[in-house]
Design a protein. Sequence first.
Length: 87
Amino acid sequence: MVVLRNLKRKDNIVEYDYFPEDAGDRGHVVYDIDKKEVISKKLAKRDTVYDGYTRYFFYSVLCLERAIETKDYVNGGFKEEYIAMWS
C-alpha cells in the first residue's frame, strides 16, 4: 500500500509526496500531466530498486494517473489523500 498526500497542481505540473506502508519516510514526485511523465523524483528510503523498478514509486504514479481522471481533478482540485493497494 502507498499513500499520496500534499498534492499540488500548477498548470500542467503536479507535485506530491508518497508514503510507503508502515514506513516513517516519504518520497516526492514532480509529474507533467501533458507529457504523462515524471520530471523528477526523490525515492522513499523503503523504496529500493527491485528487478529494475521501485514498487512504491511505481504505484504512486499509477495512483496519480487515476486521480487525474477523476471528477476531483476535472473540477480543479484533488482530495487530501489517495491510497493505492495491490496484492
